[in-house]
Structures are given as C-alpha cells and as structure tokens.
Design a protein around this ligand. Structure first.
Ligand code: PHE
Length: 341
C-alpha cells in the first residue's frame, strides 16, 4: 500500500493538465467519489495499527497535493477560456468605497435651525422664483427702491409675467403672515439670488436663514434677548453682541447685529479687521405697514424679524476665506467636514 501511495504521489507531482478534459479525468481518477484516494481510505482499515499513523499521514498528503494541483490548473485553465466570473477570488478584501459627507452649508443651516427650534421656532419654506409682491411690495419696498434694480435682482420671464429670483427669504415670511394667525414663530431657510460679480467675498447665490416672531406685546428687548441666546449657542458662552442702527424697508427700527470676534477674543485681528466685532445679521421690529399688507392687525400685534447669511456664519465658524469654495464641489474641501455633524 505504501508503494501504491508513492506511485500516485509521483503521478500527481508530475501531472500537467493541458485541457479541461484532462483535468476532469485527473479529478475523477484521484479525487472523485470512486477515485483512487477513496479506495486508499477504504483499504486503510486493513493497515496494522502500528503503521496507521504513517500511512494515514501519507494518504492525507497525497489528497492535499492532488487537490492543490487540481485547484491550480482549474484557475489557470478557466482564466484563459471561460468567463472571468468563475475565477473571481471571493476571499480577497473589497475595494474601499468613498463615503460622502454633509456640506458645510447644510451643517451650519441645521445647527441654526436646531438652536432656534429649542425656543419654539418652526421651519417654513417657499418658492425660489417669486413675484414682486412677496419679494418686494408687501415688504414695503417703495417702487423706486434701488434693490429692485436689475443690479441686484435676477428677473425671469414666466407665464405669469415677470418674476424675480428671490433676493431674500423674507418672501417666505410674507406667505406665512398671509396664511397664519399670530402668534407666529417661524424660520425660513433657503437659497437666495443676487446679481453680483462672483469673487471670494460675493456670489450670485447664497443661503439665508430668516426668523420671524409675531404676537401681542413683542418688544425690541425680546429681539435682543433672542439674538443673544442664538449668538451664545452658536459661537460660545463668552460671546458678546452689539446692535448698530441700520435701515431695511420692512423693519422699523432696524439694526445690524455684530458678535465679538472669537478668533482674537475681540482684541483685533485681520478677520474682524481690528474692530473686535463681526457683522452677522440684519434685524428689527416688523414695520406696521408690512403687517397690514399681510392682513395682520398692527394695533394688536407687533413682531421682530432677523436674517442671516449661512455662508457668512460658516466662514466664521470654519475660517473659510473664499465663498466660491462652497459651490465648487471640490472633494478636498468637502472632505474636511466629515466629522463635523
Ligand atoms: N432680508 C434682509 C436681507 O436679506 C435681512 C433682514 C431680515 C433684515 C429681517 C431685517 C429683518 O438682507
């Protein structure tokens, strides 16, 4: 029996398959259910006990070698002739695929919404192509106001006549005021368009989050407190705010809000242009004309509104120095926000 094993072993070692048929014959002869290795195992029972160990090892070695030979020729023969699929090695590690990340504008917008939703603001959205009424007239823009000029606004022709790409999301707030009864406490996030030359500091579209609160006895103190809460949540507990008088057609009085510069702790740096403060939003008490335009009794109700640019807040938060980066889709930029959920 030992001789038989030796003989088969040298046969296996010298075997070369030139075709699939030859390989199949080899398999049937040696490894098949009626093959010679099977016979050897059957015969094994008759081997005297003292020889069992050695003979057993020899049969096993023969079987392993025959199987290896078979596998090697199978791959090489099939790789040449048959479909590649059968030759795929399923034990290889997979190719890692790239996982996307949230856009910095989405991250910051969601954070703003999250902060205001904790004090009762809901989210409302509206169309990006607007009529004159919702973008301008209802908001108390006099007909000759320069913001209506072609310089700032993109106009588009539609079946309903000339429409504008909204220049701010205050238009959404007009729609809300027309359709809801106070108290109203809502945020309108969204994309807005302005006809500006594209540069590091300006773009023809950007994103805003505007807020509106209308109820009885709403005062400027409420506005200030709300904005202070927001600034501390967004930029840190030590943040100070500053309100400077300003002008918007739809608010009276109006203000511009600055936050203390977190880059230099208000000591002065090139980010805050050595003023210690950074401007982040416009705000004010809703002009009674606007309330009346939208069917709200301005004798009974008052309200405040504010609006901020998301890109600007993201710039301050992540120290981004060029607005164009937000819309170029460069993965080297976007990849940096992977962990910033
Ligand atoms: N709508 C203003 C803008 O786009 C921002 C703003 C909103 C100002 C609400 C005051 C009150 O610049």
């Amino acid at each position: 029996m030992k001789d038989k094993i030796k003989e088969l072993l040298s046969e296996v070692e010298g075997f070369k398959a030139e075709s699939k048929e030859q390989l199949e014959d080899f398999r049937i002869k040696l490894l098949g259910s009626k093959g010679q290795i099977k016979d050897l195992f059957a015969e094994f029972k008759t081997v005297p006990n003292e020889d069992k160990k050695v003979v057993g090892q020899a049969i096993n070695e023969l079987r392993t070698k025959a199987q290896e030979k078979f596998d090697a020729f199978k791959i090489s023969l099939e790789g040449n002739t048959e479909s590649k699929e059968e030759a795929i090695d399923l034990s290889r590690t997979g190719v890692p695929y790239k996982v996307g990340s949230r856009h910095p504008i989405s991250i910051v917008r969601n954070e703003i919404i999250d902060i205001f939703s904790r004090i009762g603001f809901t989210v409302s959205e509206g169309p990006e192509v607007e009529d004159d009424w919702h973008n301008f007239s209802a908001l108390n823009f006099p007909p000759e106001h320069p913001a209506r000029d072609m310089q700032d606004t993109f106009f588009v022709e539609s079946e309903e006549g000339e429409m504008a790409l909204r220049t701010h999301t205050s238009s959404v707030q007009v729609r809300i005021m027309e359709n809801a009864k106070p108290p109203i406490r809502t945020l309108s996030p969204g994309r807005v368009y302005r006809n500006e030359a594209i540069s590091a500091r300006a773009h023809c579209f950007f994103h805003q989050v505007e807020g509106l609160y209308i109820a009885e006895n709403v005062s400027f103190a409420d506005l200030k407190q709300t904005l202070m809460y927001f600034a501390k949540e967004m930029f840190g507990e030590k943040t100070k705010i500053r309100l400077r008088p300003s002008y918007f057609p739809f608010t009276e009085p109006s203000a511009e809000m600055d936050v203390s510069c977190s880059v230099c702790n208000s000591e002065g740096c090139n980010v805050c242009k050595y003023t210690g403060y950074l401007e982040i939003m416009g705000c004010g008490m809703v002009d009674p004309n606007v309330l009346e335009n939208c069917g709200i009794d301005s004798k009974k109700y008052t309200g405040f509104a504010f609006g901020m640019g998301v890109e600007r807040i993201a710039m301050l938060k992540y120290k981004v120095n060029d607005l164009r980066l937000y819309s170029e889709g460069d993965v080297r930029f976007l990849d940096q926000f992977k962990s910033a959920f």
